[in-house]
Design a protein around this ligand. Structure first.
Ligand SMILES: Cc1cc2nc3c(=O)[nH]c(=O)nc-3n(C[C@H](O)[C@H](O)[C@H](O)COP(=O)(O)OP(=O)(O)OC[C@H]3O[C@@H](n4cnc5c(N)ncnc54)[C@H](O)[C@@H]3O)c2cc1C
Length: 361
């Protein structure tokens, strides 16, 4: 059985960024259930919009993004629609439109060879014994064991590490549903849709590489019915669906309280969505995944006695920022507040040309 300084479970943006930053300084085992090649295996359902805060992380890391990760086209605004009032507003946004799966594989490809990476590997069990973390995982059908001084859960919304550390911890979650359609709209656009009849969270659409992606976060119970009902309610607003070419579904966390953010204990750490680090107002999570990985890398480089307490303290700013998103979520999902904000026209950019935006508004 091999021993490592750090074992990372999950190589989404959080785990991959951490593995890259620890390489050469610690012995690292990194496990991920995605395949690195081919078209099969796990793919994270995602809108694939890279927010300015995530772009700032790449600036700090000195990393530039290759062209094959980018999607087409780049869009500079989000049309926000309140289905109940019919009010539509157009807000400037500086997202990068990316191919999420290509992004994940590219991030993994940046991990130096000194890290022991297993792709297409599933961690099945973790436990603590004699002051060490033990892992049992399956690679190419073979079950293996390893031990580690530090364990990191970068394993996303359904994190097994979080469940192991906090078995009774409950966090608000939704089922995220996305469908891909051949895009038949006159021009590509991003949208953000609020409709309390079908969800107390929100829905979105993204034009990407000739496809129109429509998704939303819905209550776990009857999520699919509400998704279909929302599609019907959007037809009068000129949303064009047709036959879906791809269906996606996963859990998405939506923190609502301070205690929803959990950093870990006993030399086990949570980063990214596993820690509840995702914006409750936009469900944007890549930037928090990158930021928490960067903070944890700094802590593990120092390897202080009380590493958990130090990580908790250093993520305070990030958690306060995320609490701000919880407040924003409450405002945006409360119909009268949302309506007042949108009707005020603050930050709305009026489209002067006679185009599709005017037609929708
Ligand atoms: C539908 C949807 C749309 C979204 N759109 C956006 C967006 O446009 N922009 C944005 O910034 N955020 C978006 N988010 C949020 C974003 O996807 C997440 O916050 C982000 O991916 C979190 O990164 P992570 O590395 O923490 O976890 P993940 O990206 O979820 O990665 C976790 C990884 O862990 C691996 N894993 C899990 N369990 C195991 C195991 N037992 N063994 C081995 N490997 C395991 C999986 O392979 C997975 O890749 C969206 C989320 C959803 C659901």
């Amino acid at each position: 059985m091999q021993h490592f300084d750090v074992a990372i479970i999950g190589l989404g943006p959080a785990g991959a960024a951490l593995a890259r930053q620890l390489a050469g300084k610690k012995s690292v085992l990194a496990l991920d259930k995605k395949q690195q090649r081919g078209t099969g295996g796990f793919m994270k359902p995602c809108g694939g919009l890279l927010a300015p805060d995530a772009q700032r992380s790449f600036i700090r890391m000195g990393i530039t993004m290759p062209k094959h990760v980018m999607a087409d086209p780049q869009i500079f605004s989000v049309q926000t629609l309140d289905v109940q009032t019919g009010v539509a507003r157009n807000y400037q946004r500086s997202y990068l439109n990316i191919d999420r799966h290509a992004f994940d594989l590219w991030m993994k490809s940046l991990i130096p060879a000194s890290v022991t990476v297993h792709h297409d590997a599933l961690c099945r069990k973790i436990w603590r014994e004699n002051g060490l973390w033990h892992l049992s995982y399956v690679v190419e059908g073979v079950t293996r064991h390893a031990t580690a001084t530090y364990l990191v859960g970068g394993d996303g919304a359904n994190s097994m590490v979080r469940r192991q550390l906090y078995p009774t911890h409950e966090i608000r979650k939704y089922v995220a549903l996305q469908q891909w359609f051949k895009d038949t709209h006159p021009s590509p656009f991003y949208s953000c849709v609020f409709d309390n009849h079908t969800t107390d969270c929100y829905a979105w659409s993204i034009s990407k590489d000739g496809f129109f992606i429509f998704g939303g976060a819905f209550a776990m119970k009857e999520g699919r019915e509400h998704f279909e009902a929302l599609k019907t309610r959007l037809v009068p607003f000129d949303f064009r669906f047709g036959e879906p070419v791809k269906n996606e579904k996963c859990t998405v966390l939506c923190p609502s309280r301070w205690k929803d953010f959990v950093c870990g204990k006993e030399n086990a750490f949570l980063i990214g969505e596993a820690a509840g680090f995702i914006s409750a107002s936009s469900l944007e999570g890549i930037s928090y995944a990158l930021d928490s990985a960067e903070i944890l890398a700094g802590v593990l480089h120092q390897a202080p006695e009380n590493a958990n307490a130090v990580y908790e303290r250093k993520t305070l700013g990030l958690r306060i920022k995320l609490m701000g998103k919880v407040v924003k979520n409450r405002c945006l999902t409360t119909p009268w507040i949302r309506s007042a904000i949108m009707k005020s026209g603050v930050s709305h950019i009026r489209v002067t040309q006679d185009d599709v935006t005017e037609a929708r508004a």
